[in-house]
Design a protein around this ligand. Structure first.
Ligand code: NAD
Length: 388
């Protein structure tokens, strides 16, 4: 029997208002000098001030770095690290979507180990910890609050670098769906499909285990019936709560099983064409699932059942057909554009396909897919996604 190697945050607080427990969680961990890493939008919303006020009330002084950017870059990480070094901090609190959380992880690691982020990209694995990270997600998407990876873009080469290792696993995550009511429809859709993709890919991954299967199926059950609901009614508490829980469960699933072909092919699209992460996943998900499904029919069928789109009595072939219909319908209902409709130039796309294939394969994620494409097949998939 093979051994599943599972890693989780030491503390998870989950539920409405969980973010208000930050002072208590810091005290539990013996930490008292936090740097809050976030973005300017969330500061503008007054969210960060509320967080700082709760810290102040507990006698904890904090500083705020709000210079993170969507898809964090080497320069933004350097700026954050320089800011941290101007103060005296014993931990980093990431507050925001995947971009601030990944920035917090990278800054906290470099604070202790130095060097440049490019030194830490895969295949390097950074297990030795940096400063402790406490993650407070606000997008219900990436699951970064529970993952042992940070994704940093090298803006000089447009490469989205996967940097893996236990150093990036937050010691605590405060998962508070009340932070997500302000998400606009597009962000709700993109981040929701991101987490659904994590769950599906973790479930079909060659590295899946019974533990990650359980988390992935729970995530699909939580996300699938609630995604359209939250997009149609941003104040739907039940839907928001389910999406936030599902995103964290999906994060736990994929970080302990791995993502696969969709994510492998998605990162280069994000890096070269600046398509938001969830959106590039959504562009790929139906086409890549259709191509991969014959290699793991029973697994994809189970995804359809967990998502509630296939009946328990329906055979695998039929259930997979339902899954493919649903992924197409979801993209239509949530207004997911294809690459052309999103504004990508056809010639530019065509020219970058070989580079994107090379970067996708180098990331290692496609090798975990139930059906592994060679570079020629992957190029065909990129072409098919353009036409889809
Ligand atoms: P994001 O963090 O880039 O944020 C997108 C936008 O949403 C920003 O403008 C932000 O200010 C805004 N926003 C955040 N919370 C909001 C709220 N509650 N209401 C309104 N607006 C809000 O988006 P994301 O999709 O969460 O993160 C994407 C990044 O995460 C990518 O860089 C991707 O590579 C990375 N990622 C990391 C992991 C991991 O495990 N480390 C996994 C998947 C993706």
């Amino acid at each position: 029997m093979s051994i599943a190697s599972i890693a989780l945050p030491r503390i998870l607080r989950i539920g409405g208002g969980a973010s208000r427990q930050l002072p208590d969680v810091l005290a539990t961990l013996g930490l008292s000098r936090p740097l809050i890493v976030t973005d300017a939008f969330l500061v503008g919303q007054g969210r960060v001030e509320t967080l700082r006020d709760s810290l102040k009330a507990a006698g904890i002084a904090s500083r705020v770095f709000d210079g993170t950017v969507p898809d964090p870059t080497l320069a933004s990480i350097e700026a954050g690290l320089a800011f941290l070094r101007e103060g005296d901090h014993d931990c980093v609190v990431g507050f925001g979507g995947g971009s601030p959380l990944d920035s917090a992880k990278a800054i906290a690691m470099l604070a202790r180990h130095g060097g440049a982020m490019a030194d830490y990209k895969a295949p390097h694995v950074q297990d030795e910890p940096g400063l402790p990270v406490i993650a407070i997600p606000t997008t219900a998407g990436t699951g970064s609050e529970a993952t042992r990876v940070t994704v940093i873009t090298d803006e000089t080469t447009d490469e989205k670098m996967m940097c893996p290792g236990l150093a990036y696993l937050p010691v605590a995550a405060l998962v508070d769906y009340e932070l997500t009511f302000t998400k606009p429809r597009r962000l709700t859709a993109d981040t929701g499909i991101d987490s659904l993709t994590h769950a599906i890919e973790a479930y079909v991954s060659k590295r899946a285990s019974p533990f990650t299967d359980g988390m992935a199926l729970l995530a699909m059950r939580a996300i699938a019936p609630n995604l359209r609901r939250a997009c149609d009614d941003p104040d739907d508490r039940e839907a928001r709560e389910a999406l936030m829980l599902g995103a964290t469960q999906a994060g736990i699933a994929f970080t302990n099983a791995s993502v696969a072909l969709v994510h492998g092919m998605s990162r280069p699209i994000g890096a070269h064409f600046h398509v938001p992460h969830g959106l590039s996943n959504a562009m790929l998900l139906p086409t890549v699932t259709a191509w991969s499904a014959p290699a793991a029919l029973a697994r994809y069928a189970e995804c359809a059942r967990a998502m509630g789109v296939a009946d328990a009595r329906e055979g695998d072939q039929g259930a997979v057909a339902r899954l493919l219909e649903e992924l197409g319908a979801l993209n239509r209902d949530l207004g997911v554009p294809g690459p052309a409709a999103w504004g990508i130039d056809a010639v530019h796309w065509q020219r970058l396909i070989p580079t994107m294939c090379e970067q996708a394969i180098a990331s290692g994620s496609p090798a975990n897919n139930p059906r592994v494409p060679d570079a020629v097949e992957m190029a065909e998939l990129y072409a098919r996604v353009w036409d889809a």
